[in-house]
Design a protein around this ligand. Structure first.
Ligand code: HEM
Ligand code: HEM
Length: 181
């Protein structure tokens, strides 16, 4: 199933590519979808559709999708291989970011990101998304949203607990580092 076919099937004027890029690579605050675990992508689309995860653009999009569309789109994006090393955009301290990603910060009780997101941030199916090569602005925005209690769809509140303990400088550092991997 091609993306165009699914978008056309919904009868909508938009396409995923118009916001997420031709290869699902994302753009600034729009996330990379390429190569994410299919089950993770499907869950996010379901959560946007049900309102458990809030975003105006994605609520509009997801409400037009059937369960079958969601399954197809999730498979489509999961199947695109992409290893992008993105330029840091937040002025974060990359060494500090690497330390947090690999070892966490014991002083503030922040676990290593790679404990859950894969040894190299490549993601772990079904539920842990890749962070390596994800858009730094987007990573930062998600951490800030969890910190503020605005993103509520993490299973067992795992990410709420991580982000609540992080300060903005560390969020910038880890976001820039992960994006650049
Ligand atoms: C987020 C899929 C169309 C803008 C997401 C996410 C998924 C997704 C799975 C969450 C990714 C993650 O958690 O890593 C899709 C699909 C589309 C589509 C399959 C087409 C059917 C669009 C369009 C726009 C858009 C047309 C712009 C108008 C965004 C934005 C986010 C997002 C801004 C981030 C939301 C946030 O900050 O929480 N999309 N998308 N998407 N999408 Fe889409
Ligand atoms: C999702 C960052 C540590 C479990 C995410 C996302 C980000 C992120 C940005 C959203 C990705 C997206 O929307 O595409 C980080 C960072 C960490 C960290 C920077 C280290 C400081 C952890 C740890 C765990 C974990 C230690 C497990 C205990 C998860 C889960 C999700 C997730 C389950 C998916 C949430 C959902 O389904 O909505 N993480 N993470 N993360 N993270 Fe982490």
């Amino acid at each position: 199933a091609t993306l165009q076919a699914v978008s056309a099937g919904t009868g909508q004027a938009w396409s995923c590519a118009s916001c997420h890029g031709a290869a699902g690579e994302g753009n600034l605050s729009t996330p990379r979808l390429a190569g994410q675990p299919a089950a993770y992508l499907a869950k996010q689309l379901e959560d946007f559709r049900s309102g458990l995860r809030h975003n105006e653009s994605m609520a509009f999009v997801a409400r037009a999708l059937s369960d079958e569309d969601i399954a197809k789109l999730a498979r489509y994006y999961a199947g695109i291989e992409l290893r992008a090393k993105l330029a840091p955009s937040l002025g974060g301290n990359l060494e500090r970011g690497k330390l947090i990603a690999e070892k966490g910060d014991w002083k503030s009780n922040v676990p290593a990101c790679f404990q859950c997101h894969g040894m190299n941030g490549e993601g772990v199916a079904p539920g842990f998304p890749a962070l390596a090569g994800q858009q730094p602005d987007y990573i930062f925005a998600q951490l800030a949203a969890w910190h503020a209690g605005e993103r509520k769809n993490s299973p067992q509140k795992l990410m709420d607990d991580v982000a609540r303990r992080m300060n903005p400088d560390d969020m910038r550092a880890v976001s820039d580092y992960l994006g650049s991997m």
